[in-house]
Design a binder for this molecule. Structure first.
Ligand code: ATP
Ligand code: MG
Length: 421
């Protein structure tokens, strides 16, 4: 178990961590999810010991490590831009931590082969990093982090720079790996789908604070507030409520939007709307509609089959109804259809949450990642005499990464803007 209590970290008068407390259960995979600049990396680095806290306590496995050096915290760390030793083969890269710990050669060879098997890089032992794909390099990075049997694995956007398909494959793979080795893992991501996909628990961060911690179902279906609701997925605003677009039922007459036992159209809050646009997204269809009473735009997500059955097309009158309305603090009580007509039409129909921000932040992150990578490596090797050489090599490598990476980082940090309304 990792416990962070009342953590604070200020940069000037900016609070990167503003009184953060979190329990991370042993053996679980916890995701830190939030927009760019919300403090995810700062929190992860505080757990690693790469960032000193202004206030607060970090406890790992019952031991207060707040003032303990990173190399004594028994952690493995993987960054968004993994800086491999380019002049070393895959085998040597993975063996690195074991070598500097002066483990017997036979043991190292056996462990490295085992790890390369686990990460699916059997047969790649003698390749150099430049001869690997991005995804293979990240898996090599994970093997290297796992080589020394850390009690905690910290992953800061390890797949951030890869394309969507490879990311999806790697996270499936990470999930399986985690089920196999069960090392306590903290994964930083700003990708809500990634977090929902792989994590046992998700901590949603915003502006240096944790907004909610819970299972994927908790944060998606029972969001603690509007921020969590918007950040975890698409949101539509219907009659003053924030609802998920797939929780809006669409029909061709007021009764069609209702199940038989759900009362009358009036009591169930059925909204008359005009179809503005029908967008086919593979299996799903997004129906963009205009609320007839308020003029607000909102979207529903229906299956292709439903869209075909309803023969939805532009300009047609339909009826829509939210089948599930999450209870949000300060949220409105369900409104009767009669009162909808007088609702404030000026209210924005779209609640969009965009994660990525200024470019400066992105390049800052690049520099920071490179720098931290060097520090982590230092941390891993600090106890040995080979430390100096290792540090020099690693710094050189990461400096190169820092020079080459801004574009990738920008791409990696791009958010999927959720703008359904
Ligand atoms: N060394 C630093 N000096 C000043 N400000 C910093 C420093 N490191 C981080 N910050 C600021 O602290 C805030 C949190 O940064 P952090 O790196 O934790 O964000 P993040 O959630 O990891 O974002 P991203 O998704 O972009 O990586 C940001 O606003 C950042 O600009
Ligand atoms: Mg970060």
């Amino acid at each position: 178990m990792i416990t962070v209590t009342n953590a604070r970290k200020n940069y000037g008068n900016f609070a990167a961590l503003d009184d953060v407390s979190i329990d991370i259960p042993s053996g679980e995979l916890t995701a830190l999810l939030g927009p760019s600049g919300s403090g995810k990396s700062t929190l992860l680095r505080a757990i690693a010991g790469l960032e000193s806290l202004d206030d607060g306590v970090v406890v790992i496995a019952g031991k207060d490590v707040t003032r303990v050096a990173p190399q004594k915290r028994d952690i493995g760390f993987v960054f968004q831009h993994y800086a491999a030793f380019k002049h070393m083969t895959v085998r040597d890269n993975v063996a690195f931590g074991l070598k500097i710990r002066k483990r017997p050669k036979a043991e190292i060879a056996e462990r490295v082969d085992e790890l390369l098997g686990i990460v699916g890089l059997d047969g790649f032992q003698h390749r150099y990093p430049a001869q690997l794909s991005g995804g293979q390099r990240q898996r090599m990075a994970l093997a290297r982090a796992l080589a020394v049997d850390p009690q905690v694995l910290l992953l800061d956007e390890p797949f951030g720079a890869l394309d969507a398909k490879v990311r999806a494959d790697l996270r499936t793979w990470l999930r399986r790996l985690h089920e196999e080795v069960h090392v306590t893992t903290v994964l930083v991501t700003h990708d809500q789908e990634e977090a929902l996909d792989v994590a046992d628990r998700i901590a949603v961060m915003n502006k240096g604070r944790i907004e909610q911690i819970g299972t994927p179902e908790d944060v998606y279906d029972r969001p603690a507030n509007e921020f969590v609701m918007s950040f975890l997925g698409d949101v539509a605003k219907l009659n003053g409520h924030m609802v998920r677009p797939h929780d809006i039922r669409v029909g061709r007459d007021p009764g069609m939007a209702l199940a038989a036992h759900e009362g009358t159209a009036e009591s169930a809050g059925v909204t008359r709307a005009t179809v503005d646009r029908v967008v086919h997204l593979g299996f799903q269809v997004r129906v963009e509609m205009r609320n007839a009473a308020t003029g607000d735009l909102f979207s529903a997500q229906v299956t292709r089959g439903d869209a075909e059955a309803l023969r939805l097309s532009e300009g047609e009158t339909v009826y829509a109804r939210a089948t599930r309305i999450p209870a949000l603090p300060g949220g409105l009580v369900p409104v009767e259809i009669s009162s909808v007509a007088s609702a404030d039409a000026a209210e924005p129909a779209v609640k969009a949450e965009t994660a990525a921000t200024a470019e400066t932040a992105e390049s800052a992150e690049t520099a920071e990642t490179a720098e931290t990578a060097a520090t982590a490596e230092t941390a891993a090797t600090a106890e040995t005499e080979t430390f100096e050489t290792a540090e020099t090599v690693e710094t050189a490598e990461t400096a190169e990464t820092a020079g080459a990476a801004p574009k990738d980082v920008a791409a990696g940090n791009e958010s999927g803007a959720r703008t359904t309304g």
